[in-house]
Design a protein around this ligand. Structure first.
Ligand code: GDP
Ligand code: MG
Length: 177
């Protein structure tokens, strides 16, 4: 997990957003603790979790904020976005409406967050290929049009979870250096 007790060179706040039940909390559990739960309860309490990475010999702490079940439109407060330098915009590849709501989340993000925020679009639950509702090409095209990074992930089997957080953190690192 890197970092240890040594000094931290950077702390980057990252916010997780997207509809309820797309897997935000499980992506965070996988990344921060290498855990996954099938019956995850609606997120309560803990505001953020951290994990320290090493990027170009610097110690970089990701402080990742999870919504406390406030995923309804406009319920996420501006305090949540304040100071965020990165965002993971998550949908569920098996649920069409969660992808259809992405432009709305993007609008919220652009209204509340810093204009230089780095955004990655995440299509989660890639393990459920037989239930896929969103073709990967549609998401790629959308991401390109909006200037977002894009990956499909599975918090369940850990596919691309490291890769997606690393991509986001490295890009943030590059924008401040
Ligand atoms: P959140 O509301 O966005 O935080 O979603 P959760 O992380 O609570 O996940 C909602 C449900 O989807 C839970 O039952 C999870 O176990 C399940 N889930 C999350 N990620 C995955 C995944 O990658 N694959 C599968 N098959 N299920 C997942
Ligand atoms: Mg949650």
């Amino acid at each position: 997990y890197g970092g240890g007790s040594g000094k931290v060179d950077y702390v980057f706040k990252v916010v997780l957003i997207g509809d309820s039940a797309v897997g935000k909390s499980q992506l965070l559990a996988r990344f921060a603790r290498d855990e996954f739960s099938m019956d995850s309860k609606a997120t309560i309490g803990v505001e953020f979790q951290t994990r320290t990475l090493v990027i170009e010999s610097k110690s970089v702490k990701a402080q990742i904020w999870d919504t406390a079940g406030q995923e309804r439109y406009r319920a996420v407060t501006s305090a949540y976005y304040r100071g965020a330098v990165g965002a993971m915009l998550v949908y569920d590849i098996t649920k069409r409406e969660t992808f259809d709501h992405i432009p709305r989340w993007l609008e919220e993000l652009r209204a509340h967050a810093d204009k230089n925020i780095v955004i990655i679009l995440i299509g989660n639950k890639s393990d459920l290929e037989d239930q896929r509702a969103i073709p990967i090409e549609d998401a790629k095209e959308f991401a390109e049009k909006e200037g977002l990074f894009f990956l499909e992930t599975s918090a369940l089997n850990a596919t691309n979870v490291e890769n997606s957080f690393n991509t986001l953190m490295t890009e943030i690192f590059n924008t401040v250096n």
